[in-house]
Write a protein that binds this ligand. Structure first.
Ligand code: NAD
Length: 438
């Protein structure tokens, strides 16, 4: 099938490329001319495991092309997917300006009736507004559908190729059939293709993210309470996880969720609920707990290293909002760096993939290290912010020798407190007892 993807970010590039891999002819369209030029040259603007190889092989097979020209890009498309960003607006609600610009562009450029599929996460009711706007003064009867995306950054290709489920919100059999046909290669192991109304599909995406964010804020709140109660959140987590009604997934305590989706989607849902006269008490608490949680490491550093951090050096391991991505949008690391700088500390950072993105924000205010061990040289404190695999089993003798201090604050509970104490560290983590050298 001929497909067009408008918006070539994490979602548009991954899904467009995966559809090309299964034999479709895909045109990816973006207004960012520099990005399009680089993609044409085979330079992938984001880090996502497995993506580069797929993009290159599909460009070579002439199934995947890139353009900035909307009219040319959609001319032959049997389905046009919109995957532009829907960031948080000033009032907390989703900012749909990029989406509307695209819709107006499609209406102006289309030379035949089109099926426009919204992949971006949009407030409930957007699809029906989009249909009205698409057909306003148009000589064609265009159609719209919803196909929310559930991929996780860091596992985007894998998730797209093997989705737990595909959700589509449609108004016609034709849209349903076309969407089913292109998804069939990815659903061979009986994972469901769920057909519903566009409103229910839009709602499904938000409710999924709200549920996941709620689990994270819930376990973080319980972890903070465990610290006061002299209980260990890890034991508690395992104790509840074996209950099949609860399970283990998404119940790891940490420094709060970040990224391009959860924070903005929770706030968009809060705004949507308020607009419709519903007080979203749980969601507002989820957001509040998460914002507070992003300060936990800073609070722990001040408890252990003293409230005056002037002249102290803090090393950070991990900057991206989670491992296997270079995405730093709403990352807890940014909050910690800001707090440390305001407190007068010197900050040294390392991350396997996202240093360039962080440099674009903090410039020469902090020191960037390309090696994990180099980061801790001369540091009073080591803070673990993102649980990259390479931080899980480091050589603590080297770390102890390179640091001038002995404080490790672990926002991801990577290490065993007793072992850390026996190695001579003052060690704090989330929801577990803080220990000193044995
Ligand atoms: P992104 O910011 O990485 O990419 C958006 C792209 O759209 C950019 O390349 C931008 O240049 C392009 N764009 C903006 N305006 C345009 C226009 N008028 N015409 C053509 N291109 C335009 O965004 P993303 O992370 O891929 O997210 C896209 C949508 O998918 C959002 O609604 C997001 O909430 C949703 N989503 C994201 C994820 C994720 O993990 N990132 C997962 C599921 C859903």
């Amino acid at each position: 099938m001929q497909l067009a993807f408008i918006g070539t970010g994490y979602v548009g590039l991954v899904s467009g490329t995966c559809f090309a891999e299964s034999g479709n002819r895909v045109t990816c369209i973006d207004i960012d001319a520099e990005k399009v030029k680089r993609l044409r040259d085979g330079i992938i603007p984001i880090y996502e495991p497995g993506l580069t190889e797929l993009v290159l092989s599909n460009i070579q097979a002439e199934r995947l092309t890139f353009t900035t020209d909307l009219a040319e890009g959609i001319a032959k498309a049997e389905l046009i997917f919109i995957a532009v960003g829907t960031p948080q607006g000033d009032d907390g609600a989703a900012d749909l300006s990029a989406l509307w610009a695209v819709v107006d562009g499609i209406r102006r450029s289309a030379q035949e009736p089109k099926i426009v599929v919204v992949k971006s996460t949009v407030p409930v009711g957007t699809n029906s507004k989009l249909l009205a706007r698409l057909n306003e003064g148009s000589k064609f009867a265009h159609e719209s559908a919803s196909n929310p995306e559930f991929l996780k950054e860091g596992y985007a290709v894998e998730d797209f190729m093997k989705p737990d489920r595909v959700v589509v919100g449609v108004r016609s059999k034709l849209a349903e059939q076309r969407l089913k046909k292109i998804h069939e290669p990815f659903l061979r192991t009986n994972h469901p293709f769920l057909v519903m109304s566009p409103e229910s599909a839009e709602m499904t995406k938000y409710v999924a993210n709200c549920m996941l964010a709620t689990k994270i804020s819930f376990i973080n709140e319980m972890a903070n309470l465990c610290e006061r109660m002299h209980a260990d959140i890890n034991d508690v987590r395992i104790g509840i996880g074996h209950d099949s009604r609860i399970g283990f997934q998404f119940l790891f305590p940490g420094v709060g969720y970040g990224g391009s989706c959860f924070p903005k989607d929770i706030r968009a849902m809060i705004a949507l609920a308020r607009q419709h006269g519903v007080v979203p008490r749980i969601l507002e608490s989820v957001d509040d707990v998460n914002e507070d949680q992003k300060s936990r490491l800073f609070e722990k550093i001040r408890e252990m290293a003293g409230t005056d951090l002037k002249g102290k050096t803090v090393a950070l391991w991990g900057l991206s909002f989670k491992p296997r991505t270079d995405d730093i949008r709403e990352a807890p690391s940014l909050v910690l760096i800001k707090q440390l700088l305001e407190a007068g500390a010197s900050v040294r950072v390392h991350d396997p993939k996202s240093i360039q993105n962080v440099k674009a924000i903090f410039g020469d205010k902090i020191i960037y290290c390309d090696k994990a061990y180099g980061t801790v040289e001369g540091a009073d404190v080591l803070a673990i912010v993102t649980e990259w695999q390479e931080f899980r089993n480091p050589d603590f003798d080297i770390i102890r020798k390179l640091m001038v201090g002995s404080i490790v604050v672990d926002g991801r509970n990577l290490y065993d407190p007793q072992t850390m104490a026996s190695l001579g560290f003052h060690y704090a983590s989330i929801g577990r007892a803080t220990v000193g050298p044995a």
